[in-house]
Design a protein around this ligand. Sequence first.
Ligand code: AMP
Length: 115
Amino acid sequence: MADNIFQKIIDREAPADIVYETEEVLAFKDINPCAPVHVLVIPKRHITRLREAEGSDEAVLGKLLLAAAEVAREQGIEESGYRVVINNGRDAGEIVPHLHVHVLGGQNLGSLPGG
Ligand code: AMP
């Protein structure tokens, strides 16, 4: 079993401001937000990062994106727009080794992807 902060949030061993949950996906507010809306969407089943995702993860990867869109809708940023980011590896600044999708919005995010 992976031992990282997101696994602890899934297991309810660490606190989080959970905003959306299904059988396979959990979404909670980022503890250090980069925008007025900054939510992380994660699979409950451990996938270390996108690089480690396999064919058998195809369905849950789709569910992560659909959940991201639903979170954006519920957070009120569907019309204004939002950015969805997955950091993979060192150069992307990945910190937590449990796949997560950042949903960012609520302000103009600039023109660079991820910028
Ligand atoms: P990344 O750089 O893509 O690995 O992003 C990890 C994100 O997790 C960062 O934006 C952190 O602020 C966030 N984070 C770390 N610990 C927690 C936590 N306990 N609750 C919510 N977000 C967290």
